[in-house]
Design a binder for this molecule. Structure first.
Ligand code: SF4
Ligand code: SF4
Length: 215
């Protein structure tokens, strides 16, 4: 099953694929869907990224359905502003749990998933399933090391500088109020609500490699 999913998703253009066991992160309603397929695509796809992740999720669910397995798609994060129905799915599961559990990356000081090759430049989506997939090795702690670039250069001082690890999942990495206030102020000045400096400055993946990576 892993091979069929990997081949289908890679051929369809996925950048990174991983498989994880995530039962501990699921509530009772969906506890039977204990495996996760974490799908990452390069953020450079910009406005097409969300649509593309949806296509990849459909590819994965077609494969699962053909083989008689159940599934639930957790949509890409940016979809929450577009759909009230989809936004109801967010409290069920966060993509970072699947990605770090699959070994795709760790959570950096900037609060984002960091992949060794693509850095914080991946957008991710998840498919939960009851298929008995072989899973990857989880990443247990941050690999940011001595780097503090995002901490030092964040214009709103929102990044606390703390280190993520799997046994400290609720540690405050980013003061979200400070970050969003900065973005609102930016919009008032130049019409754009985005900042993204903590993505651009991260040394991981600053020169993305155009190859497929499976975990
Ligand atoms: S988006 Fe900008 S303000 Fe927000 S945490 Fe990153 S660098 Fe700081
Ligand atoms: S800029 Fe440095 S500290 Fe920040 S997430 Fe990237 S590697 Fe980690």
């Amino acid at each position: 099953m892993n091979d069929a999913l990997e081949k289908g998703l890679i051929n369809a253009g996925a950048t990174v694929i991983g498989f994880a066991h995530v039962k501990v992160a699921l509530n009772d309603e969906i506890a039977h869907l204990e495996r996760a397929i974490s799908i990452g695509v390069d953020r450079n796809l910009n406005e097409d990224t969300i649509r593309f992740l949806g296509i990849l999720q459909k590819k994965a669910t077609s494969c699962l359905r053909r083989n008689g397995y159940k599934y639930l798609c957790i949509p890409p994060d940016s979809d929450r502003i577009n759909s009230t129905f989809i936004s109801k799915l967010y409290p069920l599961f966060t993509h970072k749990i699947a990605a770090t559990s699959a070994g795709i990356g760790w959570i950096g000081r900037n609060g984002l998933l960091i992949n060794p090759v693509y850095g914080p430049r991946l957008s991710i989506a998840t498919v939960l399933t009851d298929a008995p997939l072989k899973v990857g090795t989880p990443i247990e702690s941050s690999m940011c090391g001595d780097c503090r670039l995002c901490v030092d250069f964040c214009p709103s001082k929102a990044i606390t500088g703390k280190d993520w690890s799997r046994n400290k999942p609720f540690i405050e990495l980013v003061r979200l109020n400070s970050c969003s206030t900065h973005k609102k102020n930016s919009k008032a000045v130049n019409g754009k609500p985005n900042c993204g400096l903590c993505i651009n400055i991260c040394p991981y993946g600053r020169k993305p490699v155009q190859t497929v990576q499976t975990v």
